[in-house]
Design a protein. Sequence first.
Length: 585
Amino acid sequence: MGNPLRNILSRIRDSEADDLPNPPKKGYNKNDLLQVSNKGKAIDFTEILKTFSVIQKSGFSSETVTKTKKNNIAMREYLELTDSQYLLMVILIHKLGRATNPSSIVSLIRGQNNITPKIADLLFELYHRGYVAVVPEDSDVRFHCSHEFISYINSGEFKHNENVSLKTIIRDCDTIANLFNAPMPYSMTALNNIIAILTKYSTYDYCKALLAIQEQCTNVPDELEYNVFLFYIIGQMILGGDSTVLCKNSQYLEIFCRYINRESLINNVFYIEDNILFKNKIFDRAIDESGKADKDKIELHADFKRKYLKGIIVEKKLDIITKNDKIIKKEMFYNEDNEKQITDLSTILARKQFDKVKNRLKKSGMRTGFACLFSGYAGTGKTETVYQIAKKTGRDIIKVDMSAIRSKWWGEDEKNIKAVFTNYKLALQDSKIEPILLLNEADAIIGKRLDVTGNNGAIINAINTTQNIILEELENFEGILIATTNLTQNFDSAFERRFLYKIEFQKPDVSVKQKLWSHMLKLNEEDSTTLAKKFDFTGAQIENIFRKREVNNILYGEEHNLDKIIEFCEKELLSDKTKPIGFCQ
């Protein structure tokens, strides 16, 4: 059999694990308990068995109290148990490894059903003191000895768990919320005990937020419906782990609504636009195939997940934040037209000037968001220009490579793009100066919307949905957004209208290329002019030549003359003409 106490500890520990909330069915017999008694320091199990025998014969009567008054005195005094609490603990100790509910205890002591609520209250008193743990059972809650109590049996010292995780708190609230679907008066039992848990652990922002919202629920006629969603449904969505979207036909609601009017529940939460849970950003509308809000689906609000559920709901990292002081200052070179446009934009985005722009737009009744589009040939410095504008204007960069938005999973693109804009809104709230949202290589995401025809109709529909979401977000955008693209001929006119400021980056002319050659490779004017006239390179290509020269210098320890640099350039031209097999451009 091994060590019975170790077996019990293992089973109780397993029963309280996040991924296995239900305790094992197997219990322990009289011999098991007596063997544990030989190991234990805090409890005389012979007296536990004697007390249990009296309970079976006389229930929770005055006779039972009298006959068991001298049993386990040390335990009762140490844990400060009343007579009724002691008798309940005896039943739970006798059922080590199993869980029981108030109704089963009432049957055991041959009591009347009307004392079931009183038994439930006593069990919850023991729960809040850490002596018992809870597990769900349909419209009920079962109780068993907590891991801390089992440890006390062996050590003689009861140690409260000082590091209760938020996930455990959510799990227990969700478990107790099963009583919302039990006959009265259990709804109030559930609510009072959940509030007690949230109050005890109000150091968690999640607990404080739910307490504040529940306080608002007390002033509405449909309090029970909102409590069900606030404590039971939220718990199910968080702990389920597979989705934070809920359909009105969800099995959660189908299974749960036995004593609750399901139609009323759905109407209050799904179809009342200004209900408490929406106003407090607990839930948000899910998105349908057209990119519009779906009235039959709701999801946990992105703000709620990011503010209160960090580390519990882990989401895909879509953006990279670069702080202003980490941006390396670089000298940039542009053709004359581009130089003026970029200088003007940098001036507009300077902090004081941008505040004036926002105030002017606000007075005119216009949105204050500032969306810019950088388009043009690859390697002309679009992305680097965004970084240099950010450096100059004292702003951070939140960069999103739009290729990371695309997912093989159905519906993920829409969630990802919404998450990008939600993350930016949160960063905007937390920043003293507006960061720049950089949508890098936005070609595919903000191209022309396509006709939904043929075998690829479903895929095209998903792409169009994502584009509709972006259009809607741009329409209501606050802050600063810059999108970069190499392709403008594939642009939808609806997108073009959303961008207030547009710069088409030109390939550098001879004078700019001369400056680039001179600046990067430290060449004299004659050599840099020769290279500028001979090769139609962008800044990115000239940088490649510089890197090749540096690598060769390390390998062979030789400085390279103009002929060697021309050789590098000719190889660069060759690689530029080579296209990867299987792709078109």
